[in-house]
Design a protein around this ligand. Structure first.
Ligand SMILES: Nc1ncnc2c1ncn2[C@@H]1O[C@H](COP(=O)(O)OP(=O)(O)O)[C@@H](O)[C@H]1O
Ligand SMILES: N[C@@H](CC(=O)OP(=O)(O)O)C(=O)O
Length: 412
């Protein structure tokens, strides 16, 4: 059994859906196909959630109209029985006409999850009409999580049982990425860009032969081609290197994807949906770490420094309080460093999460911060790669381990 994952970029239009059907037909019937929301639908649904929570009726109507028009435009150029898609659009519109109930994050998951429901309904209908025996499966009935909305934690035992029972190996199974359901029946999501992780979960449960994620790039490169011109394709990567690259922010793979595959020694291929004959990258037990330096850029970074106000040191008690606050606010730490009397962290500057965090931290610490920064991580660095990155930048903080250096810089 093979598992495939198609991201939003690969199904952003009718040509993308036809391309998916071609690739799936080429690869043979025994596959589970994980699909993300089409194009930028998740972002549009997020905006719908903010409008709904603010009870901004004109904005709710505009967002619903945009989502409807986008999906209808794609379906108009495809064949298939799209009745389920129309039902989901109608559900979305009727839900957002009622007042929002539940916590902000629960409301988010109820709505944002529908992007993947829509995309898989479109894809399944098109595959059926193209003569591919297809079963549409509802990931909310397969992936069991706890009730951590927007970052659901998987119940592996229950998920494995459900996935194995549901998959019909004689058909192509179409499954939503990114979404699941808590034991008490409420929809959860697995974190933004979490569809790669969904593919790994399904592969783990099925003891799959391989996972292939189809991307708009030739494979994993030694830097994001959006930022770098001279990138190099990394043909083979160890699980360990892939985990490190993803953890530091190489957005080509979701960081949680690798571990379940490594545990079962399932190879992960990253290949181009544009050039589907090209081999791409193989991530697995290759036995040899990378020899090319890899670069990871994160922009819009905020460096926060905390200083105790009561003359105490930054020791275990203060650290545990600080980490508790970050966990409570759902803010992930990209880099941290401490001295006796200060603790510095670098985080993504997402005001919806960071503003409440700063308010909480100010109760116990003097807080200072710098915004508009970049965080550059180089894996397998040498001095010349560091020098290259620092051209035209001011270095604010540097942290080195044996294989990895992280540089916090400001453009000058
Ligand atoms: N090291 C890297 N190698 C290749 N692509 C990368 C790398 N780092 C970041 N990317 C970016 O990842 C993008 C593909 O991932 P993503 O947009 O999440 O795809 P999808 O939505 O289809 O899952 C590429 O367009 C590229 O800009
Ligand atoms: N649609 C979700 C999940 C996802 O993984 O999408 P993509 O595969 O397009 O990155 C998101 O945008 O966060």
């Amino acid at each position: 059994m093979k598992v495939f994952k198609f991201g939003g970029a690969s199904v952003k239009d009718a040509a993308g859906v036809r391309n998916l059907a071609r690739v799936v037909k080429e690869q043979g019937p025994k596959s589970a196909v994980i699909v993300s929301a089409m194009g930028k639908t998740t972002n549009a649904l997020e905006e719908l959630v903010w409008a709904w929570l603010a009870d901004d009726k004109p904005s709710i109507q505009a967002k619903n109209a945009q989502i409807r028009a986008y999906h209808e435009g794609i379906m108009a150029d495809l064949t298939g029985d799209f009745a389920p898609v129309h039902q989901t659009i109608a559900l979305l519109e009727s839900m957002t006409q009622q007042p929002a109930t539940g916590s902000r994050d629960e409301v988010y998951d109820q709505i944002v999850s529908l992007g993947e429901v829509l995309s898989t309904q479109v894809v399944a209908a098109h595959l059926q009409s193209a003569g591919v025996p297809t079963q549409w499966l509802d990931a909310r009935q397969l992936i069991r999580t706890d009730v951590t909305f927007r970052e659901g934690r998987v119940d592996w035992t229950e998920t494995k049982k459900r996935v194995c029972e549901a998959i019909d190996k004689q058909q192509v199974s179409i499954i939503q990425g990114f979404i699941g359901q808590s034991t008490d029946g409420r929809t959860t999501t697995l974190g933004r860009e979490g569809s790669d992780y969904s593919a790994a979960i399904v592969a783990y449960c099925l003891n799959a032969d391989s996972v292939t994620i189809w991307k708009d790039v030739p494979g994993v490169l030694n830097a994001d081609p959006k930022w770098f011109d001279d990138t190099v394709l990394l043909q083979r990567i160890t699980y360990q290197d892939a985990i490190e690259l993803a953890y530091y922010g190489a957005t080509v793979i979701h960081p949680k994807t690798i571990k379940p595959l490594q545990n079962k020694n399932i190879p992960l291929y990253v290949r181009s949906f544009i050039d589907s004959d090209a081999p791409g990258t193989m991530i697995g037990d290759t036995g040899q770490h990378l020899t090319t330096p890899s670069f990871i850029f994160k922009i819009n970074q905020l460096m926060i420094s905390l200083h105790p106000t009561d003359f105490s040191f930054i020791a275990e008690d203060n650290l545990s309080r600080i980490f508790g606050r970050f966990a409570q606010a759902g803010v992930k730490i990209n880099l941290m460093q401490n001295t006796a009397i200060s603790f510095t962290v670098v985080v993504d500057n997402d005001p919806t999460r960071v503003t409440p965090l700063l308010d909480m931290l100010r109760q116990d610490f003097r807080v200072s911060y710098n915004d508009g920064l970049e965080l550059v991580t180089i894996r397998y660095y040498d001095q010349s790669t560091i020098d290259r990155v620092l051209v035209g930048k001011r270095l604010l903080l540097e942290q080195k381990s044996r294989y990895t250096v992280q540089l916090v810089v400001r453009g000058v």
